[in-house]
Design a protein around this ligand. Sequence first.
Ligand SMILES: Nc1ncnc2c1ncn2[C@@H]1O[C@H](COP(=O)(O)OP(=O)(O)O)[C@@H](O)[C@H]1O
Ligand SMILES: [Mg+2]
Length: 357
Amino acid sequence: MKKLGLVFGGRSAEHAVSITSANSLLKGFNSTKYEIVPLKISLDGVWMNPESSLQEILPENRTKLSVPSVSQKELFHFLQNEIDVFFPLLHGTYGEDGTIQGMFDMMSKPYVGCGVLGSSMAMDKDITKIILKNGGIPVVPGLVFYDFEWETDKHSAVKKVAAEFGFPVFVKPANAGSSIGISKVKNIEALLPAIDEAFRFDGKVLVEKGLSVREIEISALGNIIARVSLPGEVFPGAEFYDYDDKYHSGKSKFKIPADISEELIRIIQSYAIKAFKLLNLEGMARIDFFIDKTSNEVYLNEINTIPGFTPISMYPKMWEASGLSYTELLETLISLALSRFQKRNQISSHFTIKISG
Ligand SMILES: Nc1ncnc2c1ncn2[C@@H]1O[C@H](COP(=O)(O)OP(=O)(O)O)[C@@H](O)[C@H]1O
Ligand SMILES: [Mg+2]
């Protein structure tokens, strides 16, 4: 059997989410072609060998794993020579942002999901919006601040936001996820502490006009050219879909397929396909939209290139509702990884400079 290296944990605030995702993936994984090797990255960035990585895997999922005995010292050699394809299931920074993808490219190993460029662009909410806007996809109006601008003149920044959007606004780190560092700000007094808070997670912060929205998500799969699922709707249990609501309160609800008009489904699906190509996405992406409750306008909110695979995760569920089973989904992701790898190898092997003398 071929070996799939399932990489989880990682150096991000979403470390624990990634471990839950890895366990869920294992639960649904059923393959006669691949066995999974668990590879945990600790919060401080240390790669653990398969035996140590196993500690994070629920006992009922352990039977599905291949756990070769590899010392920490031999680990890199093992990854380079024994793993056939990697599946980085790391959410957020140092995982979803192109960093680990670059490492796999350098090692010349195939991996599931987006490459360096797509990952890094989709991770950054500011860059994503620039690319989408340029391609004619509507995004929520926003302002961007870097930490050094903010530190030198907080007062002008606050005034600028108030003048541009009024209230409420949403304040978010440009590079984060799971609603970490995000606040809904209802008045000018609360704006400064909210921006300070967002800067704890990134050196760039986005402030967006706060809309009253329905939250519609859609799953995409492919290499640049995407196939898309039926959309689903999230009904947050809190005032907005915050961290607690996503992972703890259990109050949020989901509806797949979303109860929206055929016309809106068509618009959302076509924006998703277009966005996938504009951002050079490969493998998978969950693309999240807002529908403004007052104007019915559709906005693309954000793109997750390594979406959650937890029990409540929309990405695999929307595929299931669209006729693609969990097993078929994972097989498709692996074959997309392999075909991208083959294609890139063909291109790079065409020509090598030879120096004589
Ligand atoms: N401009 C906005 N208007 C209304 N609600 C928003 C806006 N931006 C974010 N939200 C709310 O905050 C949640 C998290 O924001 P999002 O941009 O999706 O960040 P994350 O990457 O952390 O999921 C959204 O699901 C939504 O509930
Ligand atoms: Mg989101």
